[in-house]
Design a binder for this molecule. Sequence first.
Ligand code: PHE
Ligand code: ZN
Length: 880
Amino acid sequence: MRDATPQTVYLKDYTPPEYLIDSVELDFDLDAQHTQVNSRLTMRRNPESAAAGVSLVLTGEELELISIQLDGNPLTESDFTINLETMTIQQVPQQRAFVISIENRINPKANTALEGLYLSSSMLCTQCEAQGFRKITWFLDRPDVMTRFKTTLSADKTQYPVLLSNGNKIGHGDLANNRHWVSWEDPFAKPCYLFALVAGQLECVSDSFTTMSGREIALEIFVEQHNVDKCAHAMQSLKNAMRWDEDSYGLEYDLDLYMIVAVDHFNMGAMENKGLNVFNTKFVLARPDTATDSDYEHIEGVIGHEYFHNWSGNRVTCRDWFQLSLKEGFTVFRDQQFTGDRTSQAVKRIQDVNALRTRQFAEDASPLAHPIRPEAYIEINNFYTLTVYEKGAEVVRMLQTLLGAEGFRKGCDLYFQRHDGQAVTCEDFVNAMEAANGVELSQFRRWYSQAGTPVLTVSQHYDADAQQLHLTIQQSCPPTPHQPDKAPLHIPVKLGLLAADGSPATFVINGQQQTDITLNLTEAEQSFVFDELAEKPVLSLLRGFSAPVNLNMPRSLEELAFLFKHDSDTFNRWEAGQQLVVQVIFGLIEDLHNHLPLHLNALVVEAFHSLLNAEADDLSYQALLLTLPDESYLAGQMTVIDVDAIHHAREFVKTTLAHALEDDFNRVYLIHHRDESGKFDADAIGRRRLKNACLSYLSQLESSDSYTLILAQFEQAHNMTDQMAALSVIVNSQHPAKASCLDKFYQQWQQEALVIDKWFALQASSYMPNTFATVQALMQHPAFDMKTPNRVRALIGAFSQANPVHFHAKDGEGYRFLADQVLALNTLNPQIASRMVTSLAQWRRYDKGRQKLMKQQLQRIVMTEQLSKDVYEIASKSLA
Ligand code: PHE
Ligand code: ZN
């Protein structure tokens, strides 16, 4: 907790560590409330450090010291000092290696922040990234200090039969009083943020994988007994990921054992600890009746992500936490490619861009905007952001676009070859890309240091006499905190042209004939000429979303409808449909503001009509084409966000389409509705997506026919995708069976925590009246628990992040409620608390009345005594 204004840490202040830790031996005497940690650090001065002085500063927080020795000699009170975050030893040897031995005590059960060693249900586990190791023992807790770890765990045999840590098991045995011990050794030097231990009554699901060089790796997934039947998909995903990384990057696994442990209490998605990943149960457990198709895909994606970190993160790690995007942006990019290969590249790209534009663009447009490589932080946990992860992945993707797939791979090979076993920077990554390709990327580097979403303003002119298309693109970037002016970026802009019949148009540029091209935008304004165009083409710009930018390009509804039908670029075809509906919705919002009656433009009905009657091979893609833009995406496009008008206009479009195309929706629903539960191939998943998209339209009718259809699906579903789809439309309608369905669902699933999370989230994000009262009542529900992050996210997170209409209720009750919960969480779990504050950061985007109410709650939070650094940083920056 905070006692003074928290310190800011700056990238520019980085200096190499003064000391190194060559090896560490850790002994844990485990107990839920009194764990003793004995550590033996073999250290020496870092020859690379220029700092003078003979003292040694170790990091440590919330630790109880038992004893400390230097080279076997006990230190006394005058030899060292301890404060809230460090221990300083006055004098250590400078010319030779020395050994620091420390004994200290910690209390895992009291640890509700879930950093360091904590208790999750009945198991003990650790979370050390970013700076949790300092809550275990005193150490040099920084990623550029890499150490070989040997760990011995001892514990009660009945309560903790399974004892795990990183690397290979090197010994075990029994002790007196029903206790036992297990020793582990990790042959790879690693930063302490990759350390992990787990102890508990765990079942092991095992399998094996043979690597490309013929080594056999044991694969083990550890879960509580009642979850053994939900591990098959995670195991298959792991094998898929291991094969994929060999095929796509030539990267092989290094240890002989790969372990994954699923825990109920986890602040994030999962953690890539060396050889011992710790996962949120949400990203491991799946059975057809408990997990949706999207859950299945997310599990494979996250398993892949953590596995890929073994190279992009562990073998080559970060020099300091400002470089976080080095491992996260790159690894997200890798997991996106993996999921695309496993499912559908078109669908995956659309999902990723959709998430980026609704969520990361909002962050970039808020007081919390920061570059993918931030320059300062108060609490590093606050920088595990959409910007560092998702925009970071876009920056890596742009490198791939600029260098081509082969050039990019050469750059990756060189990066891993040069830096294996090192802690490096984003600069090193770009250097490797340059060196491997003989190119110069100095302007491209600005993507690492400039925040904000660039805007491309596009104008075009067709010269019929010259048979030329003239294209002018201007780039600009709005100011962000501490960055009023921006320099032009190097932006790859992919494009193609369409002929009047919808086929690709051939053009000549730079003397070359092409059908598509990637333009290199490097200046504030640039013009391009496309020759030999006998007729006026239709421009398909920013194909595949080749750069994370906003487009400002006037386009007629006719042109958008044309692209929606014909564009051969799957991303831009979807995008045309989205922009068509966006323009129509903004027209309707204007009509609402002018108290005019609403009419839906016939072009939209026609576009959806032909879509519903067209042949499709990728049904998941087809379902996306049918899905209207999210309310939060629409909000992001408005100068002053009007949540009610957005909701009203979007509902109007959906309902009007449902009435106009009822027969089509019914027909397509029936074609694809069949019982194939347990089938997870692309076809079965696509059928469910398309059918459920139709169901969602049909539910708008609120007719007895649609009610019957929906209820039948709810009652007959044998898979969670169909059951949830039905329940979700029921909850968001006036369906007479709503209460009984919710009740039935709860009774059916009360033993499955992850399904009950869905039950909470669904109700918290409902548009129906009285939702706020429901949310308040659910806070008192016996299954609600403030100490379980998944539950908090399901109820408080869903309400504040996925329910714009009710969270932003005019009376400010939503804001007050959120601030109450933030303050309650502040003491329990600062990381989760500070995540929850971010929905208030957007306050400047709303009308004056709401601005005032949101600001009031932020001020109330900042004024609170004993605020954690995490919450303080987000709340104070939001107000700045
Ligand atoms: N490094 C983890 C990942 O991206 C995320 C994480 C960060 C988990 C901090 C826990 C704590 O895979
Ligand atoms: Zn990661």
